[in-house]
Design a protein around this ligand. Structure first.
Ligand SMILES: C[S@@+](CC[C@H](N)C(=O)[O-])C[C@H]1O[C@@H](n2cnc3c(N)ncnc32)[C@H](O)[C@@H]1O
Length: 247
């Protein structure tokens, strides 16, 4: 399906018509092997940073709660920041008592030492999460202590400059030294959500590494492949784990 929108810029896309239910069903109804690997690595990355960070943010949350769950033991507040009104409406309801499908995602974290003290993740998320309708390009700087951004920077536009700016805005909203995890679709040709097509920038792991070079440190980039792709038109996932700012 091709996009009816003449520009592939972020501001030209029909974000408020993002079909949250369709996206949730297609992407997260079951726990995929690639998400399982990602969850395991984020859990270990955050655990290795050893602190209690207080303020967390997930940028472009959409219909995905597992990045926020990965920050749960560390945060007194977690901001879920997304531009689409459809996602924001769904999130405001969902975080109040998330549905059972997220139990298997939490199950991947629950066995790790840093996650074991969280007795009731459903209640904890309801207590700490705040949903904000906001634009990644208008994030304040140096405001959060830990952050995640999943399938957003490369999937919000067809313009490479916007991918790079989104990366800078995400890392820049974190205080220097803050741990982060960011995931990307590799070589994405764009994607369909229900009746709508959205553009993407066809990045590879080197693009992520190069973009983070000047704005982050201790960065590890992982390529994650699967034999059962989510859809056609991409080439696996990329996970970047690191810390904000120059060392
Ligand atoms: C491909 S979805 C990824 C959703 C989710 N993070 C996940 O892991 O599946 C891209 C998300 O980016 C959000 N988005 C697009 N443009 C944005 C912007 N300018 N500011 C904040 N969020 C934006 C969309 O609303 C959507 O939720």
């Amino acid at each position: 399906m091709t996009s009816p929108y003449s520009s592939s810029a972020n501001s030209s896309q029909p974000w408020d018509a993002f079909d949250t239910g369709w996206y949730l069903d297609h992407n997260y109804r079951t726990l995929r092997d690639d998400d399982q690997v990602i969850i395991d690595r984020i859990g270990d990355h955050f655990a290795a940073t050893c602190g209690r960070f207080l303020r967390g943010i997930d940028v472009g949350t959409g219909a995905n709660l597992y990045p926020a769950l990965a920050m749960l033991p560390y945060c007194d507040e977690i901001t879920l920041w997304d531009r689409a009104s459809s996602n924001v409406d769904w999130l405001r309801h969902e975080v109040m008592g998330y549905s059972r499908l997220w139990d298997k995602f939490w199950g991947e974290l629950a066995g790790k030492a840093r996650y074991r003290p969280v007795r009731d993740p459903r209640l904890e998320l309801a207590l700490v999460a705040t949903v904000r309708q906001g634009d990644i390009f208008r994030l304040p700087t140096a405001r959060w202590d830990i952050g995640t951004m999943f399938f957003v920077a490369e999937s919000l536009s067809g313009e490479r400059a916007e991918f790079e700016l989104a990366m800078a805005k995400f890392v820049g909203c974190l205080v220097p030294g803050a741990p982060f995890a960011a995931a990307f679709m590799a070589h994405s040709q764009g994607y369909v959500v229900g009746e709508r097509a959205f553009p993407a920038v066809p990045i590879v792991a080197d693009d992520v590494a190069r973009t983070l070079e000047a704005i982050a440190h201790n960065v590890d980039i992982h390529k994650i492949d699967t034999e059962t792709p989510l859809r056609q038109g991409y080439d696996g996932m990329i996970l970047a784990l690191g810390h904000a700012g120059r060392r």
